[in-house]
Design a protein around this ligand. Structure first.
Ligand SMILES: [Zn+2]
Length: 123
């Protein structure tokens, strides 16, 4: 039974959580309501307008991705913090094996060991 320094990882998780929350807040402050906008497809478009619309759409898709990813990471961090509280931190939620410390250092909110992660990704 390896004992994991959960205090160290708890701090790392809390720090990362703050950083992600800040990034999300910044993202939302910079694009208030923009995620709900719909492109009006009935309006007449010239080639010039079309190019502008394409650029705007592309930018919005990138924001979507960033936002989704940040929220995903945030929930994974919260789950990891919960596992710290439960005393199950550092244990693969799938197979129950200990997750290598190097993996936790690189990714403190990892919930799967490397083998299970690979299987989950279908690789
Ligand atoms: Zn596993």
């Amino acid at each position: 039974m390896t004992s994991i320094d959960t205090g160290h990882f708890r701090n790392a998780l809390l720090e990362e959580r703050q950083r992600v929350e800040h990034a999300l807040a910044t993202l939302r402050a910079e694009h208030p309501g923009s995620l709900d906008d719909e492109v009006d497809e009935t309006s007449p478009t010239t080639d010039n307008n079309l190019a502008e619309t394409a650029t705007a759409t592309l930018g919005r898709e990138i924001d979507y991705t960033l936002g989704d990813n940040a929220e995903q990471v945030l929930s994974e961090i919260d789950e990891a913090l919960q596992r710290v509280e439960d005393g199950t931190y550092g244990i693969c939620v799938n197979c129950g094996e200990a997750i290598p410390r190097e993996r936790l250092e690189a990714n403190p909110w990892a919930s799967l060991c490397i083998d299970c992660k690979r299987k989950a990704e279908g690789g």
